[in-house]
Design a protein around this ligand. Structure first.
Ligand code: FES
Ligand SMILES: [Fe+2]
Length: 345
C-alpha cells in the first residue's frame, strides 16, 4: 500500500497548455490532469462512470466559459470538479426528470506552484501544503526529465538516497570514481515529514561541484512521500535539483527531476547536454534497481547497515510513523533525531 494524506507530484506545469489534458497512473489509479481554458489545473479519476473508458481519450470543451471534459465514447460531459454536466442521448424530458449532477467521477485536490503540479491523495481535505522550494521563488524549472524504474517505490527511494553505491554505479569522469572514495561525516537533522543533510561544503571528489566555484554549500532534504531536494548555493547564486519519486503502481515508480538555477556556470552548458548528463546518471540508478529485481524475485532477506543505510532506515521509520499517526488519529511525530553519519563514498 502507498502512503495517503500527502501531496504527490503529478506533472510539470509546462506539460499542460490551456485546454490540454494528460493521463498518468498514480498510486495504481488512473488520473486525468487537465488545464481548463481559464488556465486552472484540475485532476479527475480517469474513468468514465458510464462504461469505464478513459476520459483522457476524449477532449476538453468550453461551454459558456466553463471547461468540460467530454468522454470519447458517448460524449457525456463532466465539470472540472468531476460532476456530470451533459448526457447527449437523453431526450429533453429525460434530462428534465433526472439529476445528472449526481453522476460523477472523483476529483482530486490540486496545487500548482513553482512550475510543479501537485495532487493530493487522501479522503479528507488536505491539512498541509505541498512542499515549497526555497531559493527559487516563483520561478519555474529550466530543465525537466523523467524516467520509470521497474520497482516498488521503496526500492527507488532508498536506491536514490543510498551514498554507498555512488563510486560503483556512477563512475563517470565528471562525477567520481571508486578511487576517489574517502571517509565522510555528514550532519543530519529532522525537517517537516523528513530529514535533511544539513548545509555543508560538498565533497571535493566531484568535478561538477568544483566547477561551480570556490565554496559551494549544499543541503539535501528528503520528505515524505518521496521528495528529495538538493540546494546548492555559491556566492548568492543557486542551483536547485528537485526529484519526485512517485509510485505509478506496485511495480513501477516514476522519477521526475526538475532543475532550477540562476548560477551563471549553468549557462555555459547547452541544456541538452545537462539533460543528457542527468539522464545518464539516473539511467545508471534505473539499471541498478531493475537488475536488483531479479534477486528480489526470490524474496530474500535484506540488510541495512550503519551508517551508509541509516537514511533508508529513517525513510522506513518515517513511513511507519506516518501510517501509525493516521491509524490512531494522532499527530504525526517525526522519529528522526539529529545525528552525524559516517561512511566512505
Ligand atoms: S463510456 Fe463515457 S460516455 Fe459512455
Ligand atoms: Fe544513484
Amino acid at each position: 500500500m502507498f502512503l495517503s494524506d500527502l501531496w504527490y507530484f503529478g506533472a510539470t506545469s509546462a506539460q499542460l497548455a490551456d485546454g490540454q489534458h494528460l493521463h498518468v497512473e498514480l498510486l495504481g489509479q488512473p488520473v486525468l490532469i487537465g488545464r481548463g481554458f481559464d488556465g486552472e489545473v484540475f485532476a479527475l479519476r480517469d474513468i468514465c462512470p458510464h462504461r469505464a473508458i478513459l476520459l483522457s481519450g476524449g477532449r476538453l470543451v468550453e461551454r459558456e466559459g466553463e471547461t468540460l471534459v467530454e468522454c470519447p465514447y458517448h460524449g457525456w460531459r463532466f465539470t472540472t470538479g468531476g460532476k456530470c454536466a451533459g448526457i447527449p442521448s437523453l431526450t429533453e424530458q429525460q434530462a428534465a426528470e433526472r439529476d445528472i449532477s449526481k453522476i460523477g467521477t472523483k476529483s482530486f485536490h490540486v496545487r500548482e506552484q513553482q512550475g510543479l503540479i501537485w495532487i493530493y491523495q487522501g479522503d479528507d481535505a488536505p491539512n498541509h501544503d505541498p512542499i515549497w522550494l526555497d531559493m527559487v521563488g516563483e520561478t519555474t524549472p529550466k530543465l525537466t526529465t523523467s524516467t520509470v524504474f521497474d520497482c516498488h517505490v521503496d526500492h527507488a527511494v532508498i536506491g536514490l538516497m543510498d551514498p554507498a553505491h555512488i563510486g560503483f554505479i556512477h563512475r563517470q569522469w565528471w562525477w567520481r570514481t571508486e578511487k576517489s572514495m574517502h571517509e565522510k561525516a555528514k550532519k543530519f537533522g529532522p525537517v517537516t515529514r523528513g530529514f535533511t543533510m544539513l548545509p555543508h561544503v560538498p565533497s571535493s571528489n566531484s568535478f561538477l561541484y568544483r566547477l561551480l566555484g570556490s565554496k559551494p554549500q549544499t543541503e539535501i532534504r528528503f520528505q515524505l512521500p518521496g521528495i528529495r531536494v538538493e540546494y546548492i548555493e555559491v556566492g548568492g547564486r543557486h542551483v536547485v535539483g528537485f526529484t519526485a519519486v512517485t509510485p505509478v503502481n506496485q511495480n513501477k515508480t516514476r522519477i521526475s527531476i526538475s532543475m532550477y538555477w540562476d548560477h551563471p556556470v549553468m549557462g555555459l552548458f547547452p541544456k541538452a547536454l545537462v539533460k543528457k548528463g542527468l539522464d545518464t546518471f539516473v539511467g545508471q540508478d534505473r539499471d541498478a534497481v531493475n537488475a536488483q529485481q531479479k534477486g528480489l524475485a526470490y524474496d530474500p532477506k535484506l540488510m541495512l547497515i550503519h551508517d551508509a543505510d541509516v537514511q533508508a532506515k529513517w525513510y522506513f521509520s518515517l513511513k511507519k510513523a506516518w501510517e501509525e499517526a493516521k491509524q490512531s488519529g494522532t499527530e504525526f511525530s517525526n522519529p528522526v533525531r539529529a545525528k552525524t553519519l559516517h561512511w566512505r563514498s
